[in-house]
Design a protein around this ligand. Structure first.
Ligand code: PRP
Ligand code: URA
Length: 210
């Protein structure tokens, strides 16, 4: 297993995931849960952000406090399903800019097909959090991170809600330098490349397209 991975196994996240996985959960609840889980994950995924000392004055006295150094972050959702995680991350980091990478998986070959890429102009000065709820074969996440690396951001981390062992292995082989934050690790992929037990097609469930 890839050594650069954090699996959350947190009671609050697991409880929310149990509702998310249920096929009877409405699109509205599904969206809310994706966002809440992304927010909880973001708290841990940003644990190592650098801090700097800043002088301020409280109502009582002058003191030195810690603030995020640079404060330049970007959230990069992989379209479409990654969009569902943006609001949760934005709740904790409201000043983060948002870039978009559009990819869909060809249903036959399971290979990612690129159709859009728009990133903040100053991406090379930013720490980037790539978000996508599903890491299945890993093709989409690998491709998105490869596209980003060409633009040379300060750092990249990848946050997904459900990972398959196959995708985690593949991602770790190509991008061993990029930490993965994964809410829960599932069993395997089925013959159609869907995660088992998984939650189905995340994009369709977020946007109600099926
Ligand atoms: C889903 C998901 C990931 C990808 C994961 O997107 O959101 O991007 O599949 O599969 P992989 O690890 O095998 O590449 P999909 O291609 O269904 O597009 P959508 O988000 O527009 O529905
Ligand atoms: N994409 C999804 O949305 N779900 C899966 O199980 C696999 C890929």
């Amino acid at each position: 297993m890839n050594g650069n991975i954090t699996i959350f196994n947190h009671p609050l996240i697991l409880h929310k995931l149990s509702i998310l996985r249920n096929k009877n959960t409405s699109s509205r609840d599904f969206r809310a849960l994706i966002s809440e889980i992304a927010m909880l994950m973001c708290y841990e995924a940003t644990r190592d952000l650098p801090l700097e000392d800043v002088e301020i004055e409280t109502p009582i006295c002058k003191t030195t406090v810690k603030q995020l150094a640079g404060k330049k972050l970007a959230i990069v959702p992989i379209l479409r399903a990654g969009l569902g995680m943006v609001e949760g991350v934005h709740t904790l980091i409201p000043s983060a800019r948002v870039g978009h990478i559009g990819l869909y998986r060809d249903e036959e070959t399971l290979q990612p097909v690129e159709y859009f890429c728009k990133l903040p102009k100053d991406i090379e000065e930013r720490d980037v959090i790539v978000v996508d709820p599903m890491l299945a074969t890993g093709g989409s996440a690998i491709d998105a991170v490869s596209q980003l690396k060409k633009r040379n951001p300060k750092s990249i981390r990848f946050m997904c809600i459900i990972g398959a062992p196959e995708g985690i292995e593949a991602f770790g082989r190509i991008h061993p330098d990029v930490p993965i934050f994964c809410a829960d690790l599932d069993e395997k992929l089925n013959e159609n490349g869907y995660i088992v037990p998984g939650l189905g097609d995340a994009g369709d469930r977020i946007f109600g397209t099926k």
